[in-house]
Ligand binder design. Structure first.
Ligand code: FAD
Ligand code: SIN
Length: 570
């Protein structure tokens, strides 16, 4: 029996903690209350091949197509194959997915499950719970299971506790995590060292790098920077997904609303995603396509949001199928049963993160990453809707099981510097995608302090301008040079400055457009760049990284400020 420290309490952290605690003592630390992450905010649902007209092969094909040639086919196949079993495991843990009426026998799945359609899925395969409260219901069931595990004495849960450093021993293995209370006491930062045989990073995404995001305040990319600081390879950081439909003023309006038939209108009230020159799937084209089309339309109409028209769905469907969004929209002062509502794109999901395999192993011995913090290669250059809860569940489960079997498995090999051209011409994504370690000197240490103090909120504005939906080398180069001289001035900046540096380096290095990474100066996809680019720190030091001004006057960004009410600069 060993001691495993899990950092983060979304679906990925909770599942891996529950699985590992069958054998080991587990300490789970989480920087706010247990349910503060993205998981509890998930609306649309969780995708899996469980219906009669679907199969893991079809799910794999859709996922690879969305990934724009960069998804790892083996990883995708594994997720698609194991998905159904994991959904039944969720049911055993207390999740009740919505069911369809018994007269809708052609649409019902196992246990009578109902299903929703989201963009770029060739069949409806998204299970939901509580209408559009899927994440909240999953998080609640897992938190209840965690409570039961706590009573066994094997599980210790510490809320409002921030992981600030991963510590490695002289044998290179991870041996501890430094944590600090998230709520200031007397001003001074007091860290505590938790010894560990293995550490699982499950800190979620990094949407707060951007001024406008769907993500909760805790999504500041901590895990990527903690892992990077400890020497783990990061990968695919240039790929950030922007969700097309965020209510102007803040709050997601799920893609499932478009899946049920809602359409997008320009300021003149006309559909703009149909007809010649547009993806034939219209409003249900892949997210990157729809988000860019919205941005182009907004530019044409002086920055004003476009409109989502859900009036055809009818009051009952809107209220019963989408109760959370119904409340959100009404509280913002709109009656979406009668009028279209203003929406804009915002940063939503990080395809990149700490490089892992499908069991969450990173390149550092004893260090795991699961959920949105990890990057298994499933999502490639663009994630298929509702695949992230599934991937987090599958990988979190496998990581917990691997640890239960062997608390000290070998790490993932660090990718080589080789730049072989092998197998890079299959854009259909059927063959393996090479992962190559980058040699670029600019990112040799993204944690190095410069001379100019920079605040976290400033970085969010700059990232929105330079690393957003549409990018170009000049703007990103300016940002990279500015950040090279930056010194984090507050706790948020201690996370976001290195994250922005790495993202800018990765986005500059990819001189093509692919999936969510769209460059105006390289608008075409280049088959010769069909590889994943990894970065690793050469010097591993400064374990005190995130204690930097932990309790300085950083205020978590407020949800209300997530998206502007009138105009948005894309
Ligand atoms: P999270 O659930 O974000 O949990 C991260 C945890 O880490 C939190 O507990 C946080 O407090 C903690 N943490 C962070 N930093 C630290 C630190 N330094 N120390 C300690 N703890 C820390 N995906 C789908 O598949 N279907 C959907 O319908 C869907 N809808 C979405 C809707 C919204 C509004 C958003 C934002 C995302 C949605 N996604 C959806 C994406 C999906 O919800 C996330 O990718 C997924 O929940 C991530 O799970 P996770 O366990 O990796 O991280
Ligand atoms: C949504 O409901 O539109 C979000 C789904 C996702 O991010 O997968």
């Amino acid at each position: 029996m060993g001691h495993v420290v899990v950092i983060g309490s979304g679906i990925a952290g909770l599942i891996s903690a529950l699985r590992a605690a069958r054998v080991h003592d587990v300490t789970l630390v989480t920087k706010a209350e247990l349910t503060a992450g993205s998981t509890a905010w998930a609306q649309g649902g969780i995708a899996a091949a469980v219906f009669a007209d679907d199969s893991p092969e079809l799910h794999t094909r859709d996922t690879l197509a969305a990934g724009a040639g960069l998804s790892d086919p083996e990883a995708v196949r594994l997720m698609a194959r194991e998905g159904a079993a994991r959904l039944h495991d969720l049911v055993a843990l207390g999740v009740e997915f919505d069911t369809a009426a018994s007269d809708e026998s052609d649409t019902r799945g196992p246990l009578g499950w109902a299903r929703g359609l989201e963009a770029a899925h060739s069949v409806a395969r998204v299970l939901h719970a509580g209408g559009d409260a899927t994440g909240r219901i999953i998080e609640h069931a897992l938190a209840t299971a965690l409570d039961e595990a706590r009573s066994s004495g094997r599980m210790l849960v510490r809320e409002h506790t921030t992981a600030v450093a991963i510590v490695r021993g002289s044998d290179e293995r991870v041996c501890a995590v430094d944590v600090a209370p998230s709520i200031p006491r007397d001003g001074a930062v007091v860290t505590e060292r938790l010894d560990a045989d293995a550490v699982v990073i499950a800190t979620g995404g990094n949407g707060q790098l951007y001024r406008h995001t769907t993500n909760p305040p805790v999504a500041t990319g901590d895990g990527v920077i903690l892992g990077y600081a400890a020497g783990a390879a990061v990968v695919d950081l240039e790929f950030v997904q922007f969700h097309p439909t965020v209510l102007a003023g803040g709050g997601l309006v799920s893609e499932a609303v478009r899946g049920e038939g809602a359409v997008l209108l320009n300021a003149a009230g006309r559909r703009f995603l149909t007809g010649a020159g547009h993806d034939p799937r219209g409003e249900l084209a892949p997210r990157d396509v729809v988000a860019r089309a919205i941005a182009a339309q907004m530019r044409e109409q002086g920055g004003a949001p476009v409109l989502l028209d859900a009036t055809s769905l009818g009051e009952r469907t809107l209220r019963e199928r989408f109760p959370t969004i119904d409340r959100l929209v009404r509280s913002a002062g709109y009656d979406w049963t009668r009028e279209p509502v203003p929406v804009t794109p915002a940063a939503h999901y990080a395809m990149g993160g700490l490089l892992t395999d499908m069991s969450g192993r990173t390149t550092v011995p004893g260090l795991f990453a699961v959920g949105e913090t990890g990057s298994t290669g499933v999502h490639g250059a663009n994630r298929l809707a509702s695949n992230s809860l599934l991937e987090a569940l599958v990988v979190g489960w496998r990581a917990g099981d691997l640890l239960a079997a062997d608390v000290a498995p070998s790490p993932l090999p660090t990718p080589s510097l080789s730049t072989t051209q092998d197998k890079r011409d299959d854009e259909a994504g059927a063959v393996e995608v090479p992962t190559v370690l980058s040699e670029a000197p600019g990112a040799s240490d993204a944690l190095a302090d410069g001379a100019t103090p920079v605040a976290g909120e400033y970085v969010r504005d700059r990232a929105w301008d330079a690393l957003g939906l549409l990018r170009d080398g000049v703007t990103m180069g300016d940002l990279a040079r500015e950040l090279a001289d930056a010194q984090p001035a507050d706790a948020l900046a201690a996370r976001l400055v290195p994250l922005a540096r790495l993202t800018a380096e990765a986005a500059l290095a990819r001189r093509e457009s692919r999936g969510a990474h769209a460059r105006t100066d390289y608008p075409a996809t280049d088959p010769r760049q069909r590889w994943r680019r990894a970065w690793a720190r050469r010097v591993v030091a400064s374990p005190e990284l995130l204690t930097h001004d932990l309790h300085s006057d950083h205020r978590e960004p407020a949800l209300a400020a997530a998206v502007p009410t009138r105009e948005v600069k894309i």
